[in-house]
Design a protein around this ligand. Structure first.
Ligand code: 8YV
Length: 317
């Protein structure tokens, strides 16, 4: 009998789904109506879990899977998995380290340019026929130049570094904050987030959310200031969303480019109602190329764990 795999999120690459189905009996949890009952009945037969970075898996669910040998996260964020508990079970939790770096950094720069050049508002102006009705150049306010902006990166991991490379190509002076300064990063380390915000025209959030909930609050946004932009391609809960909404409404920051939110897919109406935001539906890694590479890493991690090996991408064992 094939090993049983519990899959918590859809995978969008047919070749990866085909490979999974050929090797394993895959249970698509998201298609199961009575999930608690299903888990009670079948939890003990599950050998591997595949989940998304944002979805993770609760400790309660894992407790009902005594024979699971790996939690393969189809993403890099492991903040939605109880890593300490998994370590205590000697359970490998794997991530797709390195696979999505370039795409997430691309989207961060895309969101930043879109936010400061008002690309989405400009698109709507043309699309809705408003240009013909308002042909004078003053109909659209002037935008803010991106090239040369002082960029502050919050979290100088793989993604932060890739954002820095891109921003540097636009002539942007770069500073960063993290838990510690990094010897191999040529940019200025600013220990305090408030100081980084004050020294930046744009803050780009690339940090893991495990220990950083709500770090972007009213004080940080005020330090960023009325000409400042916020970009978040990491996790929604890094940001105090109520403070952000208020700062945008008051014009205390200029704009925000957001791919992630506190309570996805619910995005506060106030963030949707303003032209100061450019919004995406948690899409930073959503390209064919990256999702294929991520799926392959998930396949490798599951195969390694079920073969009794330590998965190469394990973060807990
Ligand atoms: C993933 C993410 O691509 O990597 C992460 O942590 O949040 C996402 O961008 C998503 O989990 C897809 O499964």
């Amino acid at each position: 009998m094939k090993p049983q795999v519990l899959q918590l999120n859809p995978i969008l690459i047919p070749a990866i789904n085909d490979e999974l189905a050929s090797l394993y009996q895959v249970h698509k949890f998201f298609e199961i109506a009575d999930q608690p009952a299903w888990l009670r009945e079948h939890g003990a037969s599950i050998s591997a879990v595949i989940t998304g970075g944002h979805t993770g898996i609760s400790r309660g669910m894992l407790e009902q899977m005594p024979n699971v040998k790996v939690v393969a996260v189809n993403g890099v964020g492991t903040d939605a998995v109880d890593l300490a508990y998994c370590r205590s079970r000697h359970l490998p939790v794997t991530a797709t380290l390195g696979a999505l770096t370039e795409d997430v950094a691309d989207l961060a720069i895309g969101l930043l340019i879109a936010a400061c050049r008002n690309l989405c508002a400009g698109d709507r102006f043309v699309r809705d026929g408003l240009w013909e009705l308002n042909p004078q150049p003053s109909a659209i306010p002037l935008a803010r130049r991106f090239s040369g902006m002082r960029v502050g990166i919050v979290g100088m991991g793989r993604v932060g570094r890739a954002v820095a490379v891109r921003a540097a190509a636009f002539g942007c002076p770069i500073r960063y904050t993290d838990l510690r300064a990094m010897d191999d990063v040529p940019h200025e380390f600013v220990p305090a987030l408030l100081d980084l915000a004050a020294a930046s025209d744009a803050l780009v959030l690339c940090a893991a959310a495990d220990k950083a909930e709500g770090i972007i609050n009213a004080a940080v946004l005020d330090a960023l200031g009325p000409r400042g932009f916020l970009v978040n391609v990491a996790r929604g809960r890094l940001v105090n969303e109520a403070d952000l909404t208020q700062a945008l409404a008051d014009g205390r920051i200029a704009g925000a480019g957001l791919d992630v939110f506190v309570d996805e897919p619910r995005v506060p109406q106030a963030l949707r109602n303003t032209d100061r935001t450019t919004l995406q539906a948690h899409r930073a890694s959503a390209t064919w190329e990256t999702r294929h590479a991520m799926g392959q890493m998930v396949l490798d991690s599951v195969a390694q764990a079920l073969a009794g090996e330590r998965p190469a991408m394990s973060l807990t064992t």
